[in-house]
Design a protein around this ligand. Structure first.
Ligand SMILES: [Zn+2]
Length: 323
Protein backbone atom coordinates (compact mmCIF):
# COMPACT_ATOMS: atom_id res chain seq x y z
CA UNK A 1 0.00 0.00 0.00
CA UNK A 2 2.74 2.40 1.02
CA UNK A 3 4.72 1.53 -2.19
CA UNK A 4 1.80 2.59 -4.39
CA UNK A 5 1.42 5.81 -2.50
CA UNK A 6 5.11 6.63 -2.99
CA UNK A 7 4.93 5.65 -6.67
CA UNK A 8 1.88 7.82 -7.23
CA UNK A 9 3.54 10.79 -5.52
CA UNK A 10 6.68 10.25 -7.59
CA UNK A 11 4.66 10.22 -10.82
CA UNK A 12 2.90 13.39 -9.74
CA UNK A 13 6.20 15.15 -9.11
CA UNK A 14 7.72 13.90 -12.39
CA UNK A 15 4.60 14.89 -14.28
CA UNK A 16 4.88 18.41 -12.97
CA UNK A 17 8.60 18.93 -13.50
CA UNK A 18 9.45 16.83 -16.58
CA UNK A 19 8.91 17.87 -20.17
CA UNK A 20 9.06 21.33 -21.71
CA UNK A 21 6.98 23.98 -20.02
CA UNK A 22 4.73 26.03 -22.22
CA UNK A 23 6.41 29.46 -22.17
CA UNK A 24 3.26 31.40 -21.43
CA UNK A 25 4.86 34.17 -19.37
CA UNK A 26 6.84 36.85 -21.15
CA UNK A 27 9.68 36.40 -18.64
CA UNK A 28 10.08 32.76 -19.77
CA UNK A 29 10.62 33.64 -23.39
CA UNK A 30 14.00 34.18 -25.01
CA UNK A 31 14.57 37.74 -26.21
CA UNK A 32 15.88 37.83 -29.77
CA UNK A 33 16.92 41.07 -31.47
CA UNK A 34 17.47 41.12 -35.25
CA UNK A 35 18.18 43.74 -37.90
CA UNK A 36 16.52 43.63 -41.37
CA UNK A 37 12.97 42.37 -41.91
CA UNK A 38 13.80 39.16 -43.88
CA UNK A 39 16.14 38.01 -41.07
CA UNK A 40 13.53 38.95 -38.47
CA UNK A 41 10.98 36.83 -40.31
CA UNK A 42 13.33 33.83 -40.56
CA UNK A 43 14.01 34.12 -36.80
CA UNK A 44 10.24 34.25 -36.15
CA UNK A 45 9.71 31.05 -38.13
CA UNK A 46 12.30 29.21 -36.02
CA UNK A 47 11.72 30.76 -32.58
CA UNK A 48 7.92 31.05 -32.91
CA UNK A 49 6.08 31.45 -29.62
CA UNK A 50 9.14 30.72 -27.45
CA UNK A 51 10.82 34.03 -28.31
CA UNK A 52 10.16 37.72 -27.91
CA UNK A 53 11.38 39.18 -31.18
CA UNK A 54 12.48 42.75 -31.93
CA UNK A 55 13.57 43.79 -35.45
CA UNK A 56 15.64 46.98 -35.19
CA UNK A 57 15.66 48.18 -38.81
CA UNK A 58 12.17 49.12 -40.00
CA UNK A 59 11.02 47.89 -43.43
CA UNK A 60 11.75 50.42 -46.17
CA UNK A 61 14.78 51.85 -44.35
CA UNK A 62 18.23 51.54 -45.94
CA UNK A 63 20.00 48.89 -43.88
CA UNK A 64 23.45 49.56 -45.39
CA UNK A 65 23.74 53.01 -43.87
CA UNK A 66 21.49 52.48 -40.83
CA UNK A 67 22.52 54.36 -37.70
CA UNK A 68 21.51 53.01 -34.32
CA UNK A 69 19.43 54.89 -31.75
CA UNK A 70 19.49 54.91 -27.92
CA UNK A 71 16.42 52.65 -27.94
CA UNK A 72 18.36 50.13 -30.08
CA UNK A 73 21.04 50.09 -27.37
CA UNK A 74 18.40 49.30 -24.75
CA UNK A 75 16.98 46.44 -26.88
CA UNK A 76 20.42 44.95 -27.47
CA UNK A 77 21.37 45.22 -23.79
CA UNK A 78 18.39 43.08 -22.73
CA UNK A 79 18.67 40.50 -25.55
CA UNK A 80 19.60 36.84 -25.07
CA UNK A 81 20.48 36.58 -28.76
CA UNK A 82 21.31 39.28 -31.32
CA UNK A 83 21.06 38.06 -34.92
CA UNK A 84 22.69 40.09 -37.70
CA UNK A 85 23.61 39.42 -41.31
CA UNK A 86 27.16 40.69 -40.90
CA UNK A 87 29.59 41.05 -43.82
CA UNK A 88 29.46 44.81 -43.18
CA UNK A 89 25.70 45.12 -43.84
CA UNK A 90 24.79 46.47 -40.40
CA UNK A 91 28.13 47.30 -38.79
CA UNK A 92 26.55 49.87 -36.46
CA UNK A 93 24.36 47.18 -34.87
CA UNK A 94 27.30 44.77 -34.56
CA UNK A 95 29.31 47.45 -32.75
CA UNK A 96 26.37 48.25 -30.51
CA UNK A 97 25.92 44.57 -29.66
CA UNK A 98 29.62 44.07 -28.88
CA UNK A 99 29.52 47.04 -26.49
CA UNK A 100 26.19 46.30 -24.81
CA UNK A 101 25.48 42.55 -24.76
CA UNK A 102 24.69 41.27 -21.26
CA UNK A 103 26.89 38.44 -19.89
CA UNK A 104 26.01 35.10 -21.48
CA UNK A 105 24.13 36.65 -24.39
CA UNK A 106 25.14 35.75 -27.94
CA UNK A 107 25.82 37.64 -31.16
CA UNK A 108 25.14 35.53 -34.27
CA UNK A 109 26.61 36.83 -37.56
CA UNK A 110 24.75 34.69 -40.09
CA UNK A 111 26.64 35.66 -43.23
CA UNK A 112 29.98 34.71 -41.72
CA UNK A 113 28.94 31.09 -41.19
CA UNK A 114 26.62 30.45 -44.16
CA UNK A 115 29.15 30.76 -46.96
CA UNK A 116 32.92 30.55 -47.06
CA UNK A 117 35.31 33.24 -48.24
CA UNK A 118 35.72 31.61 -51.63
CA UNK A 119 31.94 31.95 -52.14
CA UNK A 120 31.96 35.70 -51.48
CA UNK A 121 30.90 37.82 -54.45
CA UNK A 122 32.53 41.18 -55.13
CA UNK A 123 30.74 43.11 -57.84
CA UNK A 124 29.32 46.43 -59.04
CA UNK A 125 28.33 48.15 -55.79
CA UNK A 126 30.57 45.92 -53.65
CA UNK A 127 33.99 46.01 -55.37
CA UNK A 128 36.89 44.06 -53.91
CA UNK A 129 38.94 47.20 -53.23
CA UNK A 130 36.27 48.35 -50.73
CA UNK A 131 36.98 45.19 -48.75
CA UNK A 132 33.50 43.82 -48.02
CA UNK A 133 31.66 41.34 -50.24
CA UNK A 134 28.09 41.72 -51.47
CA UNK A 135 26.18 40.97 -48.23
CA UNK A 136 22.80 39.93 -49.74
CA UNK A 137 23.25 36.23 -49.08
CA UNK A 138 19.67 35.65 -47.89
CA UNK A 139 18.37 36.43 -51.40
CA UNK A 140 19.37 32.85 -52.29
CA UNK A 141 16.66 30.74 -50.56
CA UNK A 142 19.10 27.86 -50.00
CA UNK A 143 21.27 30.21 -47.95
CA UNK A 144 18.16 31.45 -46.11
CA UNK A 145 17.64 27.81 -45.06
CA UNK A 146 21.24 27.90 -43.77
CA UNK A 147 20.37 31.04 -41.77
CA UNK A 148 17.44 29.13 -40.23
CA UNK A 149 19.71 26.28 -39.10
CA UNK A 150 22.19 28.68 -37.50
CA UNK A 151 19.38 30.45 -35.61
CA UNK A 152 18.00 27.05 -34.50
CA UNK A 153 21.40 25.99 -33.14
CA UNK A 154 21.87 29.17 -31.10
CA UNK A 155 18.30 29.06 -29.74
CA UNK A 156 18.87 25.47 -28.59
CA UNK A 157 22.11 26.50 -26.85
CA UNK A 158 20.29 29.25 -24.98
CA UNK A 159 17.01 27.38 -24.40
CA UNK A 160 17.65 23.60 -24.48
CA UNK A 161 14.11 22.87 -23.28
CA UNK A 162 12.85 24.18 -26.60
CA UNK A 163 15.10 21.94 -28.72
CA UNK A 164 12.25 19.83 -30.12
CA UNK A 165 10.16 22.88 -30.91
CA UNK A 166 12.99 24.75 -32.70
CA UNK A 167 13.98 21.61 -34.61
CA UNK A 168 10.40 20.99 -35.79
CA UNK A 169 10.00 24.64 -36.82
CA UNK A 170 13.25 24.50 -38.79
CA UNK A 171 12.06 21.39 -40.65
CA UNK A 172 8.78 23.10 -41.57
CA UNK A 173 10.58 26.23 -42.74
CA UNK A 174 13.08 24.26 -44.81
CA UNK A 175 10.20 22.32 -46.38
CA UNK A 176 8.63 25.60 -47.48
CA UNK A 177 12.00 26.83 -48.78
CA UNK A 178 12.31 23.67 -50.92
CA UNK A 179 8.88 24.40 -52.45
CA UNK A 180 9.92 28.01 -53.05
CA UNK A 181 13.20 26.94 -54.66
CA UNK A 182 11.44 24.50 -57.02
CA UNK A 183 8.87 27.14 -58.01
CA UNK A 184 11.58 29.74 -58.71
CA UNK A 185 13.56 27.22 -60.79
CA UNK A 186 10.45 26.47 -62.87
CA UNK A 187 9.55 30.15 -63.27
CA UNK A 188 13.10 31.16 -64.21
CA UNK A 189 13.21 28.36 -66.79
CA UNK A 190 10.10 29.86 -68.44
CA UNK A 191 11.92 33.17 -69.11
CA UNK A 192 13.63 33.16 -72.53
CA UNK A 193 17.39 32.65 -72.02
CA UNK A 194 18.41 35.94 -73.65
CA UNK A 195 16.11 37.81 -71.21
CA UNK A 196 17.44 36.15 -68.07
CA UNK A 197 19.67 39.15 -67.34
CA UNK A 198 19.25 41.57 -64.47
CA UNK A 199 20.16 45.21 -64.46
CA UNK A 200 19.10 46.45 -61.05
CA UNK A 201 19.44 49.68 -59.15
CA UNK A 202 20.35 48.12 -55.81
CA UNK A 203 22.93 45.34 -56.15
CA UNK A 204 21.18 42.57 -54.23
CA UNK A 205 20.86 39.58 -56.58
CA UNK A 206 24.47 38.38 -56.64
CA UNK A 207 23.73 35.11 -54.79
CA UNK A 208 20.21 34.63 -56.20
CA UNK A 209 21.21 34.86 -59.85
CA UNK A 210 23.62 31.92 -60.28
CA UNK A 211 21.17 29.55 -58.58
CA UNK A 212 18.38 30.37 -61.07
CA UNK A 213 20.31 30.92 -64.27
CA UNK A 214 20.23 34.73 -64.33
CA UNK A 215 23.24 36.89 -64.92
CA UNK A 216 23.57 40.26 -63.22
CA UNK A 217 24.84 42.52 -65.98
CA UNK A 218 25.10 45.57 -63.78
CA UNK A 219 23.93 47.55 -60.81
CA UNK A 220 23.28 51.26 -60.99
CA UNK A 221 23.95 52.23 -57.38
CA UNK A 222 27.55 53.28 -56.69
CA UNK A 223 29.52 51.70 -53.84
CA UNK A 224 28.92 54.71 -51.56
CA UNK A 225 25.10 54.47 -52.06
CA UNK A 226 25.00 57.88 -53.69
CA UNK A 227 23.43 58.52 -57.11
CA UNK A 228 25.54 57.59 -60.17
CA UNK A 229 27.35 60.36 -62.02
CA UNK A 230 26.21 61.58 -65.45
CA UNK A 231 29.11 59.68 -67.01
CA UNK A 232 28.13 56.43 -65.25
CA UNK A 233 24.53 56.87 -66.40
CA UNK A 234 25.70 57.40 -69.98
CA UNK A 235 27.73 54.17 -69.79
CA UNK A 236 24.71 52.28 -68.48
CA UNK A 237 22.53 53.65 -71.28
CA UNK A 238 25.06 52.40 -73.84
CA UNK A 239 25.13 49.01 -72.13
CA UNK A 240 21.33 48.64 -72.05
CA UNK A 241 21.15 49.56 -75.76
CA UNK A 242 23.99 47.20 -76.71
CA UNK A 243 22.62 44.25 -74.74
CA UNK A 244 18.96 44.81 -75.65
CA UNK A 245 17.84 44.39 -72.04
CA UNK A 246 14.01 44.41 -72.01
CA UNK A 247 13.60 45.70 -68.45
CA UNK A 248 15.53 47.39 -65.67
CA UNK A 249 14.69 47.04 -62.02
CA UNK A 250 14.62 49.69 -59.34
CA UNK A 251 14.41 49.18 -55.64
CA UNK A 252 11.58 49.78 -53.20
CA UNK A 253 14.03 51.29 -50.71
CA UNK A 254 16.05 53.46 -53.12
CA UNK A 255 13.73 55.38 -55.46
CA UNK A 256 15.85 56.96 -58.20
CA UNK A 257 15.12 59.34 -61.08
CA UNK A 258 18.06 57.82 -62.97
CA UNK A 259 16.08 54.67 -63.77
CA UNK A 260 13.40 56.66 -65.47
CA UNK A 261 16.03 58.44 -67.55
CA UNK A 262 17.74 55.21 -68.59
CA UNK A 263 14.38 53.67 -69.51
CA UNK A 264 13.35 56.76 -71.49
CA UNK A 265 16.57 56.84 -73.48
CA UNK A 266 16.79 53.12 -74.19
CA UNK A 267 13.17 52.03 -74.57
CA UNK A 268 13.59 49.43 -71.80
CA UNK A 269 10.71 49.26 -69.37
CA UNK A 270 11.45 49.91 -65.74
CA UNK A 271 10.01 48.50 -62.55
CA UNK A 272 10.81 50.33 -59.35
CA UNK A 273 9.81 47.90 -56.65
CA UNK A 274 12.17 44.94 -56.33
CA UNK A 275 12.98 44.44 -52.67
CA UNK A 276 15.61 42.74 -50.57
CA UNK A 277 14.93 44.01 -47.07
CA UNK A 278 11.33 45.23 -47.16
CA UNK A 279 8.56 42.63 -46.88
CA UNK A 280 5.47 43.08 -49.09
CA UNK A 281 2.06 43.83 -47.59
CA UNK A 282 1.18 45.20 -44.19
CA UNK A 283 2.35 43.66 -40.91
CA UNK A 284 0.19 40.56 -40.38
CA UNK A 285 -0.68 40.09 -44.08
CA UNK A 286 -0.07 36.52 -45.35
CA UNK A 287 2.62 37.67 -47.80
CA UNK A 288 4.48 39.80 -45.20
CA UNK A 289 7.20 37.13 -44.89
CA UNK A 290 10.59 36.21 -46.30
CA UNK A 291 8.91 33.68 -48.64
CA UNK A 292 6.35 36.31 -49.66
CA UNK A 293 9.16 38.73 -50.54
CA UNK A 294 10.92 36.20 -52.76
CA UNK A 295 7.63 35.31 -54.50
CA UNK A 296 6.99 39.03 -55.07
CA UNK A 297 10.41 39.61 -56.67
CA UNK A 298 10.37 36.55 -58.91
CA UNK A 299 6.79 37.24 -60.04
CA UNK A 300 7.87 40.76 -61.03
CA UNK A 301 10.93 39.45 -62.91
CA UNK A 302 8.85 36.84 -64.76
CA UNK A 303 6.25 39.40 -65.82
CA UNK A 304 8.90 41.92 -66.90
CA UNK A 305 11.14 39.47 -68.77
CA UNK A 306 8.59 37.38 -70.65
CA UNK A 307 8.25 34.38 -68.34
CA UNK A 308 5.32 32.59 -66.75
CA UNK A 309 4.96 33.12 -62.97
CA UNK A 310 2.29 30.36 -62.62
CA UNK A 311 4.53 27.93 -60.62
CA UNK A 312 4.81 30.56 -57.86
CA UNK A 313 1.07 30.44 -57.19
CA UNK A 314 1.44 27.03 -55.54
CA UNK A 315 3.74 28.32 -52.78
CA UNK A 316 2.06 29.39 -49.53
CA UNK A 317 3.82 32.58 -48.35
CA UNK A 318 2.58 32.35 -44.75
CA UNK A 319 4.72 31.69 -41.69
CA UNK A 320 5.37 28.02 -40.94
CA UNK A 321 6.08 27.95 -37.16
CA UNK A 322 3.93 25.98 -34.74
CA UNK A 323 1.83 28.12 -32.40
ZN1 LIG B 1 20.53 45.83 -49.65
Amino acid sequence: MRFWLVAALLLLVLGVTAGPRAPTEARDRIKVVTTVAPLTNIALNIGGSRIDLVGLIPGGVDSHTYETSPSDAREVATADLVVVNGLALEDAVVELARANLKPGARLLELGEYTITRDQWVFDFSFPEEEGSPNPHIWMNPLYAAGYAELIRDDLIEIDPEGAQYYTANTLHFKGRIEELDRAILATAASIPGQNRRLLTYHDSFAYFSPRYGFSVIGAIQPADFSEPSAREVATLIDQVRAEGVPAIFGSEVFPSPVLEQIARETGARYYDDLRDDDLPGEEGAPEHTYVGMMLFDVRLMAEALGGNPAPLAGVDPRNTFEP
